[in-house]
Design a protein around this ligand. Structure first.
Ligand code: FAD
Length: 475
């Protein structure tokens, strides 16, 4: 019988292990995507991720058509849908690439067991990580909690296979009943707020390859020096492409090798960031409860500010905190679905430390607005910044958004781009407009509290308050 190729977050043909394994059987292929967002609850895709998924599925269908096949969209639940599909098509096997979120792993195990009782061969493959989370363990067979030790262990076992292009022809199997058109999934927003996303991104495999090539040519050489600068296009912007698997890591590393030699020698800083992504998946796999609980359990008793923070949270989400670097970041996020890593740390630090709002609130907002929303990386990033995760920044490291702005956006290009109402402020005051003398504000055409907010929090006093909360927790 035919073989089912179940696409999930591996939306590419190139270097796709499940696709290759399915193709090697020589049987006709039935490529499917099953929409079952309720199975990812409570972390079903947010609005920005759904937008991305729509265009990525469309691109994947077009790519499959160019290879003599097509993508069939089905509605979940996944188990029943696959069972029905196997029965009606008499399929002999199902191939897919693995995911590591706790709810999805539990579901996939169940599917494997069920399909095997029906006599169907099930095989899962690794298409998204350099190392499986269970492969990298300490000498005492424990998962790592510290990045540097984790990454050293990864480097010791480094072996990245050469990427495998997709076969030219992918012979088509029978059409499944119940296949639906893409529009039926209603992934696009009803209110069109997505112009900024369209202007910024090209979802799909080709978009991912173009982005990787452009990054390698233009920014990789200076990545180590400039990666912390939000005022320049210094990073790869590959995160949403990597999240849905539009480019494989072996492909990315081989593009780097073609351009500049061994990536581990010549692109260390960049490969190390891919290492943080591996680490995020490692933690999610070994500590699945951390998606909403702190890895450092002491933080379950952390004295968060409580209910009277609604208006502060709202101001943060909208980019109306009165702190320019934070507002620029939050507006970049809203407009493009992405935010520079340095600024993510700064806005997360402000929320969790200066405002004492639980990191879970911030993680939720990011989840809904990021095109790269990823449970492993988002949890890692939020817990790291809040000081309650693996290898976290020491709690007393509270980012000062003024100093961060002066250091990493020295000419203010980033703040001026996203907070144009501040554009005419001289650099000296740009990252702290509340310190500007009245005549400077006047000349720049800014009335604080009117054209641009007064800061919603006193940075110095709130820092002292956060440190006191932490001292209370430690003692
Ligand atoms: P580059 O600098 O070009 O890095 C290349 C790739 O390495 C990225 O695409 C990403 O896959 C990985 N990477 C880089 N930095 C990190 C990191 N610190 N942790 C894990 N992986 C990393 N990243 C997400 O992909 N999804 C998220 O939901 C997410 N949420 C975050 C939340 C917070 C509070 C913080 C501080 C960071 C978060 N990150 C998240 C990590 C990081 O900010 C983004 O991966 C990065 O900004 C993406 O831009 P880029 O592709 O240009 O990165």
């Amino acid at each position: 019988g035919p073989v089912i190729l179940w696409f999930r977050r591996d939306l590419r043909l190139d270097d796709n292990p499940a696709l290759l394994a399915a193709w090697r059987t020589g049987a006709p292929l039935i490529p499917v995507y099953i929409h079952a967002s309720e199975e990812e609850a409570p972390w079903a895709s947010g609005a920005a991720s759904r937008w991305w998924l729509h265009w990525s599925l469309k691109a994947l269908d077009e790519a499959l058509q160019a290879h003599g096949n097509r993508l069939w969209l089905l509605r979940g639940p996944s188990l029943e849908t696959l069972e029905r599909l196997v029965q009606e098509t008499n399929a002999s096997a199902v191939h897919w690439n693995r995911l590591y979120e706790p709810a999805i792993r539990a579901r996939d195990t169940q599917i494997k067991e069920r399909l095997r009782t029906l006599g169907v061969r099930c095989a899962s493959h690794n298409a998204s990580l350099l190392f499986e989370p269970w492969e990298v363990l300490s000498e005492s067979k424990q998962p790592y909690r510290v990045f540097s030790a984790f990454w050293r262990a990864c480097e010791r076992r480094w072996s990245v296979a050469a990427p495998q292009p997709a076969p030219a022809q992918l012979p088509a199997g029978p059409q499944p009943s119940g296949a639906i058109p893409l529009e039926t999934l209603a992934l696009l927003p009803k209110i069109p707020w997505d112009q900024g996303l369209h202007a910024t991104w090209t979802p799909g495999e080709q978009g991912a390859l173009d982005r990787a090539r452009a990054f390698i040519a233009a920014s990789l050489p200076d990545y180590g020096q400039l990666r912390d600068r939000p005022d320049r296009p210094s990073t790869s912007y590959l995160s949403p492409h990597l999240h849905v698997g539009e480019i494989s890591l072996p492909r990315l590393l081989s593009l780097i090798a073609d351009a500049c030699g061994d990536p581990r020698a010549l692109a260390t800083a960049f490969v190390r960031e891919l290492g943080w992504r591996e680490f995020g998946h490692h933690l999610l796999y070994h500590f699945p409860e951390t998606i909403d609980r702190p890895l450092d359990r002491r933080f379950e008793r952390f004295p968060w500010a409580g209910e009277e923070t609604e208006h502060l949270l709202r101001a943060w989400k909208r980019g109306h905190t009165g702190i320019p670097l934070v507002d620029a970041g939050m507006r970049e996020l809203w407009h493009t679905g992405w935010m520079h890593n340095r600024v993510r740390m700064v806005v997360a630090s402000l929320l969790t430390k200066n405002l004492l709002i639980p990191w879970q609130e911030g993680a939720r907002w990011f989840w809904d607005t990021l095109v790269d929303a990823d449970l492993a990386n988002n949890t890692l990033g939020w817990q790291w910044t809040a000081g309650c995760g693996a290898d976290a920044a020491p709690y007393y490291r509270i980012f000062n958004p003024v100093l961060q702005g002066q250091k990493f956006d020295p000419e203010g290009a980033y703040v001026r781009r996203w907070c144009p109402e501040l554009a005419r402020l001289p650099n000296r005051f740009l990252h702290q407009p509340w310190t500007a003398p009245a005549e400077v504000l006047n000349t720049a055409g800014i009335r604080l509290g009117h054209d641009y907010p007064e800061p919603i929090v006193d940075l110095a006093a709130s820092r002292v308050r956060a440190l006191a909360a932490w001292e209370g927790l430690r003692s």
